[in-house]
Write a protein that binds this ligand. Structure first.
Ligand code: CA
Length: 396
């Protein structure tokens, strides 16, 4: 097997380990000048990078491409499952006072705020574990987006210096997103708020700060108070008209194309929406307004925006989409994914503790199972696979 050479690995091969170290040190010296010019004190910088080495696993994470693009129905089934809806409802109760204050101050409704929290970090449970300074220093000195990441590293050092977040708490994704809201450091600098009034903006340790910061983000992204993100619509049979989040038309234009609300009522809502068809015209269809764009801006992915929008509706008491996804093999929630893992473990696969995350090891075990049963081998954890695992267990 050919091992994919990483950037740092190939650098070390080209010029030796000592040389790679020297290049990293030279890169940090450049960033030091940039940081000091941006108001980072020398002692803050020097303490943060003392004995810092590049993190090879961050380079690998940056270069790794998902083996296949997840179906939208798998993506949403994992993010908007019964467990997350129940957890979100419990958080709405627990933090109702803070959420009421956030609604008052920022004009963003509590269901959307809690939905962002649930999708970003599973309500603070999964915030990433990589030390931010080391990850960002690594990608600031290797790869194709060094300029961007240097700005994020400098922002991280300014957060350290401000004392908003403690150094131990500054951990996150390989790319630098951190805290219960998974803000990038520059986003934190612009938009995080101290919502519990203790003088620190702490989106890691303070739920009120995280919720207030999320609401502030959405307000600054153009949130229209009291307006819907959008809603599911019904398309006429064989619809082949315009579509797309950014392809905005007036309600009259959409209505003229035969599009109605699910119950047949005329279309309503603020301004000009786009038409979102995440799985084409045969799947669920949505008119999306400017509040959807505000959610979208959080992570620049329509599937992600739809997960948050849909979770917010579920938290309001709404149900699943009326139109089924165009598949006979629906996606699984996290409880069902854990069941898939548990059943594979019972068949002798070493998957550790079932965690509901379908990673490369679980996918390999699924392919083994599919291959042994003469099923199509794709490594995907869907409903058909789960049924086959259950039937196999019942026969044993
Ligand atoms: Ca605070």
């Amino acid at each position: 097997m050919i091992r994919h050479l990483t950037l740092i690995g190939s650098l070390a091969l080209a010029c030796g380990t000592a040389c790679a170290d020297a290049r990293f040190a030279a890169c940090l010296a450049e960033i030091r000048a940039q940081a000091l010019a941006a108001g980072v004190e020398a002692r803050t910088f020097d303490a943060a990078v003392a004995e810092l080495t590049p993190d090879e696993s961050v380079i690998q994470a940056m270069q790794s491409q998902p083996e296949f693009k997840a179906h939208i129905w798998d993506y949403l089934a994992g993010l908007v499952d019964e467990q997350r809806v129940a957890d979100g409802k419990a958080r709405l109760e627990e933090w109702s006072e803070v959420l009421a204050q956030a609604e008052q101050k920022f004009g963003v409704d509590r269901y959307t705020i809690v939905a962002v929290w649930g999708v970003e970090s599973d309500f603070g449970r999964i915030m990433g574990t990589r030390p931010l300074v080391r990850s960002l220093a690594t990608v600031s000195c290797a790869g194709s987006r060094q300029r961007f990441f240097r700005g994020e590293l400098v922002a991280t050092l300014r957060i350290l210096q401000s004392g908003d977040v403690t150094p131990e708490a500054l951990v996150g994704s390989w790319a630098g997103a951190f805290g219960q809201t998974q803000f990038m450091p520059t986003t934190f600098q612009r938009l995080a708020v101290d919502f519990d009034g203790d003088g620190r903006r702490d989106i890691v340790g303070s739920v009120p700060d995280a919720l207030g910061s999320t609401a502030n983000y959405l307000r600054r992204a153009g949130w229209a108070t009291g307006a819907p993100w959008g809603y599911e619509v019904r398309l006429p049979a064989g619809y082949a008209g315009p579509a797309g989040r950014r392809n905005k038309q007036s309600l009259a234009q959409w209505a003229a194309l035969g599009i109605t609300r699910l119950d047949g009522r005329p279309l309503d809502g603020p301004g000009q929406p786009g038409l979102l068809l995440p799985a084409g015209a045969k799947g669920p269809a949505f008119l999306v307004f400017r509040n959807f764009d505000a959610i979208y801006s959080y992570n620049a992915a329509e599937s992600y925006g739809l997960a948050i929008a849909h979770l917010s509706d579920r938290l309001r008491g709404g149900g699943p989409f009326a139109t089924p996804w165009p598949t006979d093999d629906p996606g699984l929630g996290r409880a069902e994914r854990r069941e898939v893992q548990q059943r594979l473990i019972e068949l002798g696969h070493d998957l550790g503790q079932p965690d509901g995350v379908i990673g490369p090891r679980t996918q390999a075990a699924i392919r083994d199972f599919q291959s042994a049963r003469g099923l199509p081998v794709d490594g995907r954890a869907g409903m058909r696979l789960l049924r086959a695992l259950r039937e196999g267990a019942a026969k044993r």
